[in-house]
Design a protein around this ligand. Structure first.
Ligand SMILES: NC(=O)c1ccc[n+]([C@@H]2O[C@H](COP(=O)([O-])OP(=O)(O)OC[C@H]3O[C@@H](n4cnc5c(N)ncnc54)[C@H](O)[C@@H]3O)[C@@H](O)[C@H]2O)c1
Length: 344
């Protein structure tokens, strides 16, 4: 049996760097290549780590020793990288979003099944200890009547990133849609409605939004709201609340420490985590660890194809609601896409 999985990372930016940090913590995985055309052998990150730097993926694709690829370049390159590594017989872990269209997502899952190679998706909130504990309470709260999620980024990503991110629905809210699917399974809502605004002029010019609220209504009566902003000055704010017949469960932010200061002036609480690499550092490692375990167990996915498709279509529907100013009938929308979420 091989001692560890040999991988390459494609794209060593913000996401690639948290994957590099995870690999360094794990014995089950070994980094052979990094592919990033913007890096040079003189860069500190290359000098201080033990990997071969490549400008493109060709050498990695052809390397029989390489087991898997971690795909984290800008979103527009995901589909090409995922499909080429799967075709080359490598397992793939890819950052979200998997593809920019339903067809791309379906092609990736079909290829993974055909090649019998894993296709894992980087929805790290599913590996976060708070959200996992929250999920374990869902049954006790049923029937669930309201879910509220707040998802506010910090610091605001660069304009260069935002211009090529897809849009706020596919880049950011995709995590919140995935959280709803994680909690509820792939039960689709019947209606999706969104309001949004761009306070930032540069974001407005892209054109994109920096502040969005989405409301989803389900057949059971359940109503979910997602509020999101590209920039919260007080830190990286990710909370989730479930309210139901059995009570209420809340997953709070992680704080830098737990000491509260009480004085005659009132109470002071410590700041919440500053940004996503800090908030999710354990979850990022857990997802890569799960990926390496899956390879030895023959598991091909961490998130089923239909759950990934539902998240993508919810992002499309919310965007469409912004464009039309009206709620999107999600059952009609699913039918128009020829999607049956019960299919495996
Ligand atoms: N799961 C999460 O929490 C999370 C967080 C941030 C970003 N992401 C995702 O990760 C991806 C990258 O985002 P980021 O913030 O790291 O962006 P980034 O701009 O910080 O980094 C992208 C890196 O990819 C490199 N690159 C560009 N073209 C390339 C190519 N053709 N081949 C290989 N490398 C290439 C760039 O030089 C850069 O170093 C995005 O798809 C984003 O959605 C996920």
């Amino acid at each position: 049996m091989k001692k560890s999985t040999k991988v390459c990372i494609v794209g060593l930016g913000r996401a690639g760097r948290f994957h590099l940090a995870s690999i360094k913590k794990l014995d089950s995985i070994e980094l052979k290549y990094v592919v990033d055309p913007a890096l040079s052998t003189r860069d500190d990150i290359v000098q201080n780590n033990d990997f071969i730097l490549l400008e493109d993926i060709e050498e990695a694709l052809a390397d029989d020793e390489l087991d898997a690829a971690i795909i984290s370049p800008p979103t527009q390159f995901h589909f090409d990288c995922v499909t080429r590594f799967l075709k080359a017989g490598k397992h793939v872990f890819t950052e979200k979003p998997l593809g920019r269209s339903l067809a791309e997502i379906q092609t990736c899952f079909e290829l993974s099944a055909k090649q019998e190679k894993a296709l894992f998706l980087g929805f790290q909130r599913r590996y976060d200890r708070n959200f996992r504990a929250l999920k374990s309470k869902v049954e006790t709260l049923e029937p669930i009547k309201i879910i509220k999620t707040s998802s506010r980024d910090n610091p605001q990503p660069s304009l260069d990133y935002l211009k090529i991110s897809g849009n706020i629905f596919h880049d950011m809210l995709i995590h919140d849609f995935d959280m709803l699917i994680f909690l509820l399974g792939n039960e689709p809502p019947i209606s999706v409605f969104a309001y949004g605004h761009a306070y930032d002029e540069d974001i407005r010019k892209i054109p994109d939004l920096d502040t969005v609220m989405v409301i989803l209504k389900y057949k059971t009566g359940l109503i979910c709201s997602i509020d999101t902003s590209r920039n919260a000055i007080y830190g990286y704010d990710q909370r989730l609340e479930i309210f139901g017949e059995g009570g209420m469960a809340i997953a709070e932010n992680e704080r830098n420490h737990t000491v509260q200061m009480h004085t005659s002036q009132g109470m002071e609480v410590p700041a919440i985590n500053e940004s996503f690499p800090e908030r999710y550092k354990e979850a990022y490692t857990a997802e890569i660890e799960d990926f390496t375990k899956a390879l030895s167990q023959g598991r091909l996915t961490n998130i089923p194809r239909n759950e990934c498709i539902l998240g993508h279509l919810l992002a499309n529907a919310a965007h469409r609601s912004i464009e039309t100013g009206a709620p999107v009938d999600f059952e009609d929308y699913l039918a128009s896409q020829g999607v049956d979420l019960r299919e495996t």
